[in-house]
Design a protein around this ligand. Structure first.
Ligand SMILES: Nc1ncnc2c1ncn2[C@@H]1O[C@H](COP(=O)(O)OP(=O)(O)OP(=O)(O)O)[C@@H](O)[C@H]1O
Length: 619
């Protein structure tokens, strides 16, 4: 079987700025245009307004639209259209003051609290909580009474009450960034705190601050209109809230008087909310989502007919040991590609493998060889931007490669269990272990709350947790790394899957815990009769637990075979090199030595031949 080499002649994918990505959202463009028109109307009000907004003409009292007065007249005989244009100035200026006050108070304190922690964190967090618990409207009414209804002071006060929103976001981001290893590295390298804050912290917080500002501006305009509606603020300053009040007073005789300011207010707040939520969406997904055109192009090129001269580069690598219907997992000629800035990059290059029910298959190779990408593609879990094409993917003897994404995801947790690499980062710090085990059992398997709790407790006991009640009530930071990995294994097997995929399940654990976790996986695999596919870079793990092994290098399979044969007589020099490297690694030493001795003595190890489809494979 042959497949196409990955083409390198495709045009590079350009990096697209946040603004251009924003412009790809039609709703975002409409909201931005509406907002720009409102800002322009406010700036150009002196030129656009046909009348002085305070000019009173008694003939115009509650007049219907017409005679040069686009929206008619208010109850005092003033032109409503002109007053709304000037009212836009008031609204936007007020929102600006509020946002500046919120940013000035919330952002620096949030950065200081998140970065330095300790007393600063406690004091600022206490002030923020206190501000949130005070009824803001009441304070604004008191401030209005005490300051002669000064508009600027009222808007600054509103900014003070909205500052906790900025504070919380900034503190959360700063707290997360502070824990990053590159911050420790910068500190160790002697970089001053001021410089770290300027270069790393502010960079990390600016995007959420923009989002928060769009939302705060909407809120400020709404609150300001509410205050003016109540008659607070200077009566001589035209404002939307005042016009709304006038409209409400005259709703029976002139209902349109309420409609115009309500429309202006509603449109402005909706536009700001849309801009904020779309920005939040774009910022939260940092990886750029390739356009449909790029995705299709990657897919087509991955499928394209072979063109290159290098025949070996386009052969499918790997071997099938079983018929598709009899496999727990079977992958046929899988290719995975990414559109990157420097062009298209193929990370899995025509890989074929399978695992029978009850078999333990190891996928081994150095970092970056494509092990994880192969399994992610098989489970339809590729990250944003990844595209996979395959001649076929089977799970439990069923062809799943052509199912919809929703149908494939429905297999996760039921037919397929997955144990990730980093136990701590794969548990949500905001929820208890109980919540994280029980919810999937209820949603995916459909158990009742009581049944799900019982099952969660049972599996925790099964994975060797002696005090399940305490662990269920704990948050992830309250348990050890080894326990967290047991919890994740419990979650993966709780749905009784027929296939368990474990991606480097022991890498983040210390040596003694590693051995226990491998032992547990082996026991569970035998007890539930599952196929276990274990992704690892460590031949010690292979020796300890696997029946068969697939060796990967640079996105291709270089060798497949039973563990005993591979250790005794590796066919590919790369495999021998990997085994040699693992032998230098003391953590796998004992297991490897045992297998080595057994393999050398095992003249009786039976070898079967298998269809070899490229690469050096046997079974
Ligand atoms: N989102 C991505 N965009 C572009 N390339 C990626 C992406 N994710 C992974 N890759 C590339 O795919 C290749 C294979 O990665 P993969 O994670 O499968 O490696 P691995 O063999 O599992 O090694 P490791 O154990 O270090 O993760 C690497 O070169 C990696 O840089």
């Amino acid at each position: 079987m042959t497949a196409a080499p990955f083409p390198t002649a495709l045009a590079p994918v350009k990096r697209v700025s946040l603004f251009r990505r924003y412009l790809r959202r039609p709703a975002g463009v409409v909201a931005l245009v509406v907002m720009l028109l409102i800002v322009l109307a406010a700036i150009l009000a002196p030129w656009l307004a046909p009348f002085d907004p305070d000019h009173v003409d008694f003939k115009l009292v509650r007049a219907e639209p017409g005679n040069g007065h686009l929206f008619g007249g208010d109850s005092a005989g003033r032109d409503v259209y002109s007053r709304l244009l000037y009212g836009a100035q008031t609204s936007l200026f007020g929102a600006l003051i509020t946002c500046v006050a919120g940013v000035v108070l919330g952002v620096p304190t949030g950065v200081i609290a998140g970065y330095f922690g300790g007393t600063a964190d406690r004091v600022f967090s206490w002030i923020s909580d206190a501000l949130q618990s005070v009824p803001g409207m009441l304070v604004l009414l008191i401030v209005a009474a005490g300051t002669g209804q000064s508009f600027t002071i009222l808007m600054i006060t509103l900014g003070v009450f909205l500052a906790p929103g900025y504070y919380r976001i900034t503190r959360g981001r700063a707290l997360a960034v502070r824990k990053e290893p590159y911050i420790d590295a910068a500190r160790v390298a002697g970089v001053t705190n001021g410089r770290i804050i300027r270069t790393h912290m502010l960079r990390a917080v600016y995007a959420p601050i923009i989002v928060q500002t769009a939302l705060t501006a909407g809120l400020a305009i709404g609150m300001q209109a509410g205050l003016q509606y109540l008659g607070i603020g200077s009566a001589s300053t035209p404002s939307w809230g005042q016009t709304m009040n006038d409209g409400y007073q005259n709703i029976r005789t002139s209902p349109l008087l309420l409609l115009w300011p309500s429309l202006a207010l509603g449109l402005t707040i909706a536009a700001l909310a849309y801009i904020g939520s779309i920005l939040a969406d774009l910022i939260s997904v940092r990886a750029e989502t390739p356009t449909r055109k790029i995705r299709l192009r990657v897919r087509e090129e991955l499928k394209a007919a072979p063109k290159a001269d290098d025949l070996s580069a386009r052969e499918v690598s790997g071997v099938h040991q079983h018929e598709a219907e009899n496999c727990a997992l079977r992958i046929d000629n899988l290719r995975v590609g990414y559109a990157t800035q420097s062009g298209l990059k193929e990370v899995v290059k025509g890989v074929s493998l399978d695992a029978a029910p009850g078999e333990v298959l190891g996928i081994v190779g150095e970092s970056g060889s494509g092990k994880t990408q192969t399994m992610f593609a098989a489970l339809d879990l590729l990250p944003t931007g990844g595209t996979a094409v395959a001649d076929g993917i089977w799970v439990g003897g069923r062809e799943v490669g052509k199912l919809s994404s929703a149908d494939r995801h429905a297999l996760l947790g039921k037919s397929i269990g997955y144990v990730p690499q980093e136990p701590m980062t794969n548990l949500d710090p905001c929820y208890t272990i109980e919540h994280q085990l029980v919810e999937p059992l209820r949603r995916v398997i459909g158990l009742s709350k009581e049944e799900a709790r019982k099952r969660a407790r049972e599996v925790l006991v099964r994975v060797g947790i002696t005090d399940p009640e305490r662990v269920l009530k704990s948050y992830p930071h309250q348990i050890s790394g080894g326990m967290a990995q047991r919890v994740l294994i419990a979650g993966a097997v709780a749905g009784r899957p027929s296939l368990l995929v474990a991606d480097e399940p022991t890498t983040a654990l210390d040596v003694t815990v590693q051995a226990e976790v491998l032992e547990l996986l082996r026991e569970l695999q035998q007890e539930y009769g599952m196929a276990l596919v274990i992704v690892t870079h460590n031949f010690g793990v292979v020796a300890d637990i696997c029946d068969r092994v697939v060796v990967m290098k640079d996105g291709r399979i270089v060798e497949t075979g039973p563990v005993e044969r591979i250790f005794r007589d590796a066919a590919d020099p790369y495999t021998a090199e990997l085994i040699g490297a693992s032998l230098d690694d003391t953590e796998g030493r004992v297991e490897l030595d045992e297998v080595w001795v057994a393999a050398s003595a095992g003249a009786g190890v039976e070898e079967q031949s298998a269809a070899n489809v490229g690469g050096k494979d046997d079974a």
